[in-house]
Design a protein around this ligand. Structure first.
Ligand code: IVH
Length: 673
């Protein structure tokens, strides 16, 4: 086949594969109704990838293989919105919705109007610009006039069409800005946080933060791994298409291949709209994304110019926000949880009650002050709410339900776990168990130390930690390194093999990355990510330990609070001893990159002669020692290198005689880099 014919066949197959793959993307990601198995899909995808590798000149940006291809950016570019991205005016009060309707009636006397009610998705607003049916830019709202160019990140969201669906009968507009919301589905959010907990990364407070945080990542490769999705409900600039109603807008976007709001209600008047909003409230848990309210929009787009806008929002739409859901239940008891740092947290033990899709039986009471302030008593009927949509909290007491049998709670005088003394520092409301040997503290500490994101000690789970602490074998992390197989075998359910495996797993940790050790130490506010930054900057634990507040604060990602906490940690006598013992146990507290270099010059003997221009003799000596080499004053047959500066002495002549390798300053610097 000639090159041309060859290309022609490839072009045909490539475009056929792209159409097929995007059709399956649409069926899977937009309609949630796949026609083929994942394996069949992968086969199509791989065939396309191979062809595109063979014919790189045929690769186009709208190819499904190009969704994850973007390079990491150093910063986002700005995008000026051709039409401002306004917000919605919103209210929690039904009467204000009647005012909204009255104003519209006033501005459009005698006109027949209808409303559309749709869910208000709690995500991140985005605007996607399509020219000639191709996605050209994706941007955030920013200040409404200018946003961030997040095109690379947007492309990774599989339900977003890179090109309009070709089987739409409608004439596609020349230019259209499609606007909507990028969100993280509730299920994906829970899974992502579970994964992050295992890795020791900071958790996202709610799906919206997770979506916003993901879209802010500068590497589209990372964004592609976040479970993001998007729905669309509005347009900005529009050329070459007429959309008479909002309903038509939604239906048209759907035919172009967009996911639109999964449910909307067409209402003849404001009362129907209010009913629809109540209906929506009742079913708010049924959506795959979080909704924080409903939106009423005038359906007839022809009226929009007359209705106009304020500086912030259009007058043809209003959001009705739902208060977070509450539930009432009985508080049976208050128990105390002792944290890794000894903080005592009161926890409400509740009669199980459903709330926002899960059954709640415990809620945090934060601290003793909070209990006093809210006058929470054991036996009370309490109102609970999800804080940040995840952790439930008791927000108030239903005092009208009191019988007189409720019991006032007071914090225990001593630690409920070890009986040790508890104190309250001036700066904090929290009470702490002061006993460093408190089993509850030790257990949490060891659990953290051994966790996947920290030292990653395989096989050291909750139950085993419990046994090790209860038996007194382990009172701090260093003890792990002194355990013997025999000691472990004496514990219940531990055989010879499993004991041996545990010891091996513990010892394997001695060669872990420095950041894992830093994270494992359990310094307050220092998560895995900060630990990585610290390793990168300091390379060894000693430099980190001697850093002052100012130095710490210059490091990216380390703010004043984290810096303070690091200082406090290393200032403590107990922690200094801990580090010393960990070192003695054989933990390498140096970055692996440095460790590898450490013995680079082992066994090599250097002799210096003459004056070096960029280093003193002492500095040159330190460089050699740091890499495991030795410095000698006199030349012998054992000398590996003689380093010559300006005006070298008699040593050089001797070295030459003995055939020793002579290097100059430049070569020396390179060797000891
Ligand atoms: S319409 C007026 N519809 O809520 C045209 N916005 O609090 C633009 N939002 O900025 C907004 N769901 O990011 C519209 N169904 C929906 C929405 C929605 C969520 C967001 C949007 C807006 C914010 C205002």
């Amino acid at each position: 086949m000639s090159r041309n014919e060859d290309d022609k066949t490839a072009i045909e197959r490539i475009s056929q594969l792209r159409r097929e793959i995007e059709r399956h993307n649409y069926l899977y990601y937009v309609l949630a109704n796949p026609e083929i198995s994942d394996r069949q899909y992968d086969a199509l995808y791989e065939e396309l990838q191979t062809l595109e590798q063979q014919y790189p000149h045929l690769v186009t940006p709208d190819s499904p293989t190009m969704r994850v291809g973007g390079e990491p950016l150093s910063d986002f570019k700005n995008v000026k919105h051709t039409m401002p991205m306004l917000s919605l005016s919103n209210t929690y009060v039904r009467e204000e919705l009647l005012d909204f309707d009255a104003r519209i009636q006033r501005l459009l006397p005698g006109k027949i109007i209808s409303y559309i009610v749709e869910p208000k998705i709690d995500g991140v607003a985005v605007s996607l610009r399509y020219e000639k049916q191709l996605l050209v830019t994706g941007s955030t709202r920013g200040d409404g006039k200018t946003g961030d160019d997040i095109t690379g990140n947007i492309r990774t969201i599989r339900s977003i069409p890179l090109r309009f669906r070709s089987d739409s009968d409608l004439q596609a507009p020349e230019i259209i800005e499609v606007r909507g919301e990028v969100y993280m589905p509730k299920k994906g959010f829970v899974e992502l946080n579970q994964e992050r907990r295992k890795k020791g990364s900071e958790l996202f407070a709610n799906p919206r933060n997770a979506a916003a945080g993901s879209l802010k990542l500068l590497d589209p490769g990372l964004v592609a791994r976040r479970p993001l999705d998007a729905v669309f409900y509005s347009v900005g600039e529009l050329e070459g298409l007429n959309l008479a109603t909002h309903e038509e807008l939604l239906e048209t976007l759907k035919t172009f291949g967009f996911k639109t709001v999964p449910r909307y209600w067409k209402c003849g008047n404001i009362n129907e709209a209010l009913d629809a909003l109540e209906h929506l409230r009742d079913m708010r848990q049924d959506f795959p994304f979080e909704i924080d309210g409903g939106v009423i929009k005038v359906n007839e787009r022809t009226f929009y110019p007359t209705l106009g806008a304020t500086a912030k929002s259009h007058r043809w739409a209003v959001a009705y926000k739902y208060e977070p859901e509450h539930a009432e239940t009985t508080l049976r008891d208050i128990t105390i949880q002792v944290g890794r740092t000894g903080v005592l947290t009161p926890v409400a033990e509740l009669d199980p009650v459903p709330l926002e899709g899960s059954v709640i039986s415990r809620a945090t009471l934060h601290n003793a002050d909070e209990i006093k302030r809210k006058d929470i008593r054991i036996g009370d009927r309490v109102i609970i709410q999800k804080a940040g949509q995840v952790i439930p909290a008791v927000i108030e007491v239903n005092k009208s339900a009191r019988t007189g049998n409720e019991k006032i709670f007071s914090m225990p005088p001593s630690c409920p776990v070890c009986g040790g003394p508890i104190t309250q520092s001036e700066k904090e409301v929290a009470l702490r168990c002061e006993n460093m040997q408190c089993p509850a503290q030790i257990k949490r500490w060891i659990n953290h130390f051994a966790s996947r994101g920290a030292m990653d000690i395989d096989g050291l789970g909750d139950a085993l930690v419990e046994q090790l602490v209860a038996s007194g074998l382990v009172t701090e992390p260093t003890d792990l390194y002194n355990l013997t197989k025999e000691q472990v075998m004496n514990l219940e359910r531990m055989g010879e093999k499993s004991s041996e495996n545990l010891i091996n797993a513990i010892n394997a940790g001695k060669h872990r990355d420095l950041w894992r050790i830093i994270f494992a130490l359990g310094i307050r506010h220092v998560g895995a990510r900060s630990a990585q930054v610290l390793e990168q900057h300091f390379k060894n634990i000693d430099s980190l330990m001697s850093a002052d507040q100012e130095t710490l604060e210059t490091i990216p990602d380390i703010g004043p609070v984290v810096a303070r906490s690091i200082l406090d940690f290393f200032r403590s006598d107990r922690n200094q001893k801990l580090i010393k013992r960990l070192k003695e146990s054989g933990l390498k507290m140096i970055a692996i990159t440095i460790r590898e270099n450490q013995n680079k010059l082992a066994g090599q003997i250097f002799v210096l002669t003459g004056t070096l221009s960029s280093l003193t003799r002492e500095q040159a000596g330190e460089r050699i020692l740091a890499l495991g080499g030795k410095v000698s004053d006199s030349v012998s047959t054992k000398t590996t290198y003689i380093v010559t500066g300006s005006e070298p002495g008699s040593k050089l002549a001797k070295a030459r005689k003995l055939g020793i390798q002579v290097i100059d300053e430049e070569q020396f610097l390179k060797l000891t880099e």
